[in-house]
Structure formats: structure tokens, C-alpha cells
Design a protein around this ligand. Structure first.
Ligand code: FMN
Ligand code: ATP
Ligand code: MG
Length: 507
């Protein structure tokens, strides 16, 4: 079979491994489900073209091993039901390539003219369909949380999504298509690297031919696969630059900026929620942020689930200038933080070759599989923050900084590096001043006066707490204007002559 032979004869070991794994998934699916209840979702894109040939190879191997093989060596060797969601917004080149390919390979086509979900509902009503092959890859926005076999999402009609090329990189896709010398849609030779609709897709500017400025180089020449979607218009209304936009979304003057920096802190860890491990980092970071004049609006502990991280990041990234995230990083199944961040920004995880290089210097080849999965970072939004004190750069995705500290000393180092690195965006804001007063008065007694003070001094934080039931009550005044803080404290003291004394801190 020509595909199998081309890959086996290739010297690209990585491609052979990716191919073997993908073809194994295909064979498993053909063994698990009746052939007529399996469908292939084909849209003429590069990934689904790869998938088509993997299906042909997998089906050939499946049939050969189960004693079939009659007529298997023809080009039309895999008559798998093929579904195409045709849309008037598709490129004509995609449409014609799809129809041409279906005819070349003798694929029985079912064209659907509605959206994915209702189209699939109709399909499943018409014919039993247990599994659908899809060309999703790990960095695709919708790949987050998926595995090679993933049941359709809740609310979708029930079928198994089979994703044989989930772990393939952009480079793997092109190695395969070029090694097997198969035909692909002509748009990829005109600078298109990922194809959506005619309204949201242009050639990838990174492939623009600088000598003419007019034409584009072919898609396989894109060296950094993370930028595969650079030709797709992005829905970005995220706040990205803390120096230009405040937390309420309005432009601020320099003076206001110095006052209004706010952050939130997210700690990821089931063990914190089980109560078996105490979070040290959240409190330490709040203290550090406070010390540089930042207000912390939110400190959250979330479990090791992609959706929990994504929801929290989604909320915090648009309400705060900066979000700090700890935990859930590494090679374990529970290390899902980066996938959560990617999901929150609606981007894919893609291999980052620079980060991979750092990792390989640090841990060598100490990982499973062909590639270090820890080097998969949110695509198009990740900046690496380098510092000579850091063995690995820190990861920053728009306004989310991912801290990798495993103890407080490491946190101290990382914090120092962030302050020392302009790209971190961590500017020192006007510092807070605070005053703490202690009293043995009952809280009910002071409550009405404090309530009035809060209205009069709305720019000063006024809070109170007790260290023990019988111990003194401490009232804290925290703000950025020393005179206002002093005035608020003075007003309380003079309302209860001789009943308040200065406390050193809020302890
Ligand atoms: C065959 C097929 C099955 C799909 N199943 C699901 C699903 O179970 N859950 C889901 O959220 N989206 C599902 N989708 C939608 C995709 O996740 C995604 O929205 C789609 O590929 C469009 O990507 P785009 O928005 O980048 O064009 C499915 C799409 C196809 C073609
Ligand atoms: N209109 C469609 N009809 C049938 N299947 C589709 C359609 N759109 C997407 N799919 C399925 O979803 C997979 C991922 O879609 P995607 O838009 O990423 O296309 P692709 O083949 O990956 O090409 P590219 O990434 O270059 O645009 C496809 O490989 C295909 O299996
Ligand atoms: Mg794709």
C-alpha cells in the first residue's frame, strides 16, 4: 500500500512513530465499530487530508490482518462513509478539492448543509453512526481536554470522536503530506496555513515573499508551527497591556495607573481542596503584591481540571490587570494548568521549540513519547520571560503569569526576576500606607462610626478583625494617600477618646 510504503521507507523516525500510533488508533476504531457505522469528517483541509490517507493505510492493515485484502491494493481501498459540512462561506478551492478527492478515492459522500451540531443530529437519526474520525490536533481550540477516543460533548448527539492525529504537530502534518507525495488543497501553496471561512482567513503574513511583497511561500515553509493560525482573524478583546487600560476598561492617566493596579492569584491543586496541603504561595504572593502597591482582588484555589482553571482565568484576566497562577505544571495527568489557560483564551496548545530547548537542557531526554509534552504552550499568546537567575523562562500568556515555584525560596527568586524583567509588565505602583488601631471596645459599639467613615473615606480601605474572641479588636486603614489614611484614623480615635491605641501591624 503506497502510503504505508512511503512512510516506512522514509528516514524520518519521528514521522514513522507518529504514523504508527495514528494508524494503530485507526485500526482499533475499525476493530471496535462496524464499518458501516463509522464516518470520516472531511473538509478538504490539510489535517483531514492527512487523516484520509491514514484511514486508507489503517483500513488496509486492518483488512490484511483479518484475512481480507481482495482489491485492497487499489487507490479506492477504503470506502468509508464521508461527511462534509458544506458552507457558502467556504473557499471555492476547498470545495472543489473536497469533491475531487472524494471522487478520486471513491469515498461515499454525505453532504450536510447545516451547522455541525444539528447536522450530526440529523445524520445520527438517519443512519446509526457510532464513531466519527476527525482531524483535530492538540493545539486546535476545540482539542482541549480531548483524547484519541473522546465521546462527543454533553448536549451533542452521542458518538465517539476518534482523533488519530491529536498529537501531531504542524511539522508532522507537512512531513507526512510531502513524504507521501499526496495531493492537498492548492491554497496551501499560496501561503494559507490554516483555512477557515472566506471571511476570516487570509494568507499567513509570515510566508509573505519579501522580494516581491506580493506572493506567498507554501504552507510547508512556515518554520514555527505555533503561528499556523496567524492568517485567521482573531476574536481578541482581551486586555493585554496593563500600562494602557485600567481594570474598569477605561484609559487612565499616569497618576491613576500608579494607583489602580490590581491582580488576582489562582492556585491549582486538588490537594489544597482536600485539605492535605496548605497553600503557602497564595498568601506569600498577596503580601508581595501589596508591598509593590498592587491590590489583590481575588485569591482562588481550584482543582486540577481544565475547565475549572479555564473558568477562573477567563474571569480574572478581564477584571484584573494581571493574573498569577501556581501549580498544575509538569508532565503528570493532573498538570492541566496550561491547557486551562489556553482554553480561557480560546487558543490551542502548540509545541514551543524555544521552551523545548530549555527543557532539554534541564532534563535531557527525560520524557516519554517523541516530544516533551511540557513544551506545549498556548499558541500565539505566549511570551517567555527570561532571566539569568531562572533555569527555565517563566511563561506569560497575555496578562496571565504562570509561576513555577515549588517552595517559598523559589517564589522569592521568581518574584525578583519578574520585577527585574521589563517584559513581565509588573510595574511598581504607588505604595500602600497603612495604620492599625487596637481597642477593647465591643465591635457593636464602634460599628456605626466605622460605617460612616467608610462612606466619607471611600478611597481608604477600612477593615477590622479580632485575633481571638476575648482579645482586642484591630481596625486597619489602608490607602495610597497618607493624609487620608491619617485623617480617617484620627476621626475614629477622636470619636472614642482614649479608647484606641496604635497597633504595629494587623497581627
Ligand atoms: C464531526 C464533528 C464532531 C464534532 N463534535 C463536537 C463535540 O462533540 N463537541 C463540541 O463542542 N464540538 C464538536 N464539534 C465542533 C468542533 O469542536 C469545532 O467547533 C469545529 O470543528 C469548528 O471549528 P472552527 O470553529 O475552528 O471552525 C464537532 C465538529 C465536527 C465536524
Ligand atoms: N466543514 C467540515 N466538514 C467536515 N468536517 C469538518 C469540517 N470542518 C472541520 N471538520 C473536521 O474538523 C477537523 C479540524 O478542522 P480544521 O478546520 O482544523 O480543518 P483542517 O483539516 O484541520 O485544516 P486546517 O487546519 O488547515 O484549516 C477537520 O480535519 C475535519 O475532520
Ligand atoms: Mg486543523
Amino acid at each position: 500500500m503506497e502510503i504505508d510504503r512511503a512512510v516506512r521507507e522514509s528516514s524520518d523516525r519521528r514521522l514513522r512513530t507518529k504514523y504508527d500510533n495514528a494508524v494503530y488508533v485507526v485500526q482499533r476504531a475499525f476493530a471496535l465499530y462496524p464499518f458501516e457505522e463509522v464516518a470520516f469528517s472531511f473538509n478538504g483541509g490539510k489535517d483531514s487530508t492527512v487523516l484520509l490517507h491514514l484511514l486508507r493505510a489503517g483500513y488496509y492493515l486492518h483488512e490484511s490482518s483479518s484475512g481480507g485484502g481482495v482489491e485492497m491494493n487499489t487507490i479506492q481501498n477504503c470506502p468509508v462513509r464521508t461527511i462534509y459540512f458544506e458552507s457558502p462561506c467556504a473557499f471555492p478551492e476547498i470545495n472543489s478539492f473536497t469533491y475531487e478527492t472524494v471522487s478520486t478515492y471513491g469515498l461515499p459522500l454525505e453532504t450536510i448543509h447545516s451547522d455541525f451540531k444539528s447536522g450530526l443530529e440529523g445524520l445520527l437519526k438517519e443512519r446509526p453512526t457510532k464513531a466519527i474520525f476527525i482531524g483535530t490536533r492538540i493545539g486546535d481550540p476545540n482539542a482541549v481536554g480531548q483524547e484519541q477516543f473522546s465521546p462527543s460533548s454533553p448536549g451533542w448527539p452521542p458518538f465517539m470522536r476518534v482523533n488519530p492525529i491529536l498529537d501531531w504537530s504542524y511539522r508532522d502534518v507537512w512531513s507526512f503530506l510531502l513524504t507521501c507525495k499526496v495531493k492537498y488543497c492548492s491554497l496551501y501553496d499560496q501561503g494559507y496555513t490554516s483555512i477557515g471561512s472566506i471571511y476570516d482567513t487570509v494568507p499567513n503574513a509570515l510566508l509573505s515573499d519579501s522580494s516581491t511583497g506580493k506572493s506567498f511561500r507554501p504552507a510547508y515553509m512556515l518554520s514555527d508551527g505555533r503561528l499556523e493560525r496567524a492568517g485567521r482573524t482573531k476574536k481578541t478583546n482581551h486586555k493585554t497591556d496593563i500600562t494602557s487600560v485600567s481594570s474598569n476598561g477605561t484609559n487612565n492617566t499616569e497618576a491613576e495607573k500608579a494607583i489602580s493596579c490590581s491582580a488576582s492569584v489562582i492556585v491549582v491543586g486538588d490537594e489544597i481542596l482536600f485539605g492535605t496541603v496548605k497553600d503557602k504561595f497564595g498568601a506569600a504572593l498577596c503580601k508581595k503584591l501589596h508591598a509593590i502597591g498592587w491590590r489583590v482582588s481575588h485569591l482562588a484555589a481550584v482543582c486540577n481540571e481544565i475547565d475549572s482553571v479555564a473558568e477562573e482565568v477567563e474571569r480574572c484576566k478581564s477584571t484584573d490587570d494581571m493574573v498569577f497562577l501556581f501549580g498544575g505544571l509538569g508532565p503528570l495527568h493532573s498538570d492541566i494548568s496550561l491547557a486551562g489557560v489556553a482554553k480561557a483564551f480560546g487558543v490551542r496548545l502548540a509545541p514551543d521549540e524555544e521552551f523545548e530547548e530549555y527543557l532539554s537542557q534541564l532534563i535531557g531526554d527525560n520524557y516519554t513519547g517523541d516530544r516533551n509534552e511540557m513544551a506545549l504552550l498556548p499558541e500565539g499568546i505566549t511570551e517567555l520571560l527570561h532571566h539569568k537567575m531562572l533555569p527555565l523562562p517563566l511563561i506569560k500568556c497575555k496578562n496571565v503569569i504562570i509561576l513555577a515555584a515549588t517552595n517559598l525560596d523559589e517564589l522569592e527568586t521568581e518574584w525578583g526576576c519578574l520585577l527585574d524583567t521589563q517584559d513581565s509588565g509588573l510595574v511598581t505602583a504607588k505604595p500602600f500606607v497603612s495604620k492599625h488601631l487596637s481597642t477593647s471596645l465591643l465591635d457593636v459599639k464602634i460599628a456605626p462610626v466605622v460605617a460612616k467613615l467608610c462612606i466619607e473615606f471611600s478611597d481608604v480601605y477600612i477593615g477590622s478583625h479580632r485575633i481571638s474572641r476575648s482579645g482586642p479588636l484591630v481596625v486597619s486603614f489602608i490607602g495610597k494617600d497618607n493624609q487620608r489614611v491619617e485623617a480617617a484614623a484620627e476621626k475614629l480615635t477622636s470619636s472614642f477618646e482614649g479608647q484606641f491605641s496604635q497597633a504595629d501591624s494587623c497581627k
